[in-house]
Design a protein around this ligand. Structure first.
Ligand SMILES: *Cc1c(COP(=O)(O)O)cnc(C)c1O
Length: 463
């Protein structure tokens, strides 16, 4: 089977009952990817997205907010900045959260209606604001200077919903870089700083078109209680502002997102239902229909619905340690390589036919192809003995991994494929269908992106 020509070839009514991606589905996909050459000597690393799993995750999110009158669930584009993935999510009823001109462009190309797009860039330029207002997407200002800037650029007939991001300063989680509600976070108006609340109320009084509050407490490493506390602070601020103004000016609360993901096994934990229950308990007024809600989830929708497959090129022993040299390293698992304690990944061992390996466990390092010593995705991991020609799988990498490659060593961006899985009556192996999401980067493209068009430019400076 070869990859079919368009992502739409994956029919929305896939015959498999919605179930989140599991190791069994990954195994079926690896087997078929190796059999069809999507993974092999000439394509030694690729990313894969389980589209049934994506649909199931989106359904679980929607089901977690039953009966809430007005809620727009958006997907944080940075978690999988791939147009076919964004289009699938749009088809599933998601909106899109974008944080740069590039992400806005991808969201529009993917087909999200402007009314379902929210722009949260941390440092919006005047041009970016003008464009967002012209297209009509919602905008969350990061700070009060940005509110002034929007005020100066906003035509009186603008349709964009405009909000202000606040930092409830409820504290951080276990990963500093992922904690956006610490006292000194760079995001939003720091609410507990002296005078901040008053300044925020004043801004809403001055600008009747400022109708939303936005907060995003963080994600990986943050507890549901911490996230709910941050949203509670934001809700109480909205109530306070509306009371102070004597009118219901704030009509929408963008409660952000970020739900931690369990990278240890197949279980989805915490669930969107648990998230919604924690919110209901902490902030009951949120769900009574007085506010339009916007959510922004990235990793929790995609992480468990994707994996990286990579060929083992060589193995060696060094200092008593077995090392598998694979093609999955920092170029596609950047966070894990640089912060292995914060971002550990499960690794699977597959044989040269793409079948799960068994056999006695051996302590091994799984290293990548980058030229620096730290390029190791798993240290001292117990796995069946890997040999040259085998494959490794990095599980739970559907968000922020292969979709956000790093071009170190001029390594090409790996290809990405979507897949679905159907049981076949009377047959042991299920049918796996693939659809291309992104082609592997060519060497022509690598050179072009490295300034080929300006090859002589530096010689000209002194000549
Ligand atoms: C990144 C981000 C999200 C999504 O975070 P995840 O951890 O991927 O769920 C949501 N809102 C904002 C403002 C973000 O920057």
């Amino acid at each position: 089977m070869s990859p079919s020509s368009s992502p739409s070839a994956l029919s929305p009514s896939a015959s498999v009952p919605p179930a989140p991606a599991s190791s069994a589905r990954v195994a079926a996909a690896v087997r078929q990817a190796v059999a069809t050459g999507l993974l092999g000597e000439s394509s030694p690393v690729a990313g894969f997205i389980d589209t049934d799993g994506v649909r199931a995750s989106v359904a679980a999110l929607h089901e977690a907010f039953p009966g809430v009158p007005s809620v727009l669930h958006t997907f944080a584009a940075k978690a999988s900045s791939l147009v076919p993935v964004l289009r699938l999510l749009a088809r599933c009823g998601m909106g899109c959260e974008v944080a740069s001109p590039g992400e806005l462009r991808l969201a529009l190309d993917a087909g999200f209606a402007p009314s379902k797009i929210v722009l949260d860039s941390p440092a919006k330029t005047r041009d970016e604001i003008r464009r967002a207002l012209a297209v009509g997407v919602a905008i969350n200002a990061d700070n009060l200077d940005e509110v002034d800037r929007i005020a100066s650029l906003r035509p009186s007939d603008a349709v964009s919903a405009i909000g202000l991001r606040v930092n409830p300063q409820v504290g951080g989680g276990s990963i500093g870089a992922m904690s956006t509600a610490t006292a000194t976070s760079k995001f939003g108006v720091a609410l507990r700083d002296p005078g901040a609340r008053e300044r925020v109320v004043k801004a809403f009084a001055a600008h009747p078109w400022l109708t939303r509050l936005h907060a995003h407490v963080g994600s990986q490493g943050c507890s549901l209680e911490l996230i709910a506390a941050g949203i509670g602070e934001t809700y109480r601020l909205a109530e306070e502002i509306n009371a102070a103004l004597g009118r219901r000016q704030i009509t929408g609360l963008d409660i952000g997102g970020g739900l931690p993901v369990n990278f240890a096994d197949d279980e989805v934990r915490p669930s969107f239902a648990a998230y919604a229950a924690a919110l209901r308990a902490a902030v009951p007024g949120l769900f009574d229909g007085r506010y339009e809600l916007v959510t922004e989830f990235g990793r929790s929708l995609l992480a468990k619905n994707g994996f990286i497959g990579a060929l083992v090129e060589y193995t060696k022993d060094a200092g008593g340690r077995r090392i598998a040299l694979t093609h999955a390293g920092a170029q596609t698992a950047t966070r894990t390589v640089f912060m292995p304690e914060a971002w550990p990944l499960r690794v699977g061992a597959f044989d040269a036919e793409g079948r799960p390996k068994d056999g006695p466990a051996l302590v091994q390092d799984v290293a990548g192809p980058c030229c620096f010593a730290g390029d190791v995705v798993a240290h001292a991991r117990e796995l069946p003995e890997l040999r040259a020609g085998d494959y490794v799988v990095l599980y739970d990498t559907g968000a922020y991994y292969f979709s956000t490659p790093w071009s170190y060593n001029s390594l090409p961006r790996p290809a990405v494929y979507g897949f679905d899985v159907a049981e076949r009556a009377g047959q042991e192996e299920p049918a796996v269908r693939f659809a291309p999401v992104r082609d592997a980067q060519t060497l022509d493209s690598v050179s072009a992106e490295s300034g080929l068009a300006h090859a002589d430019a530096l010689l000209a400076l002194r000549d």
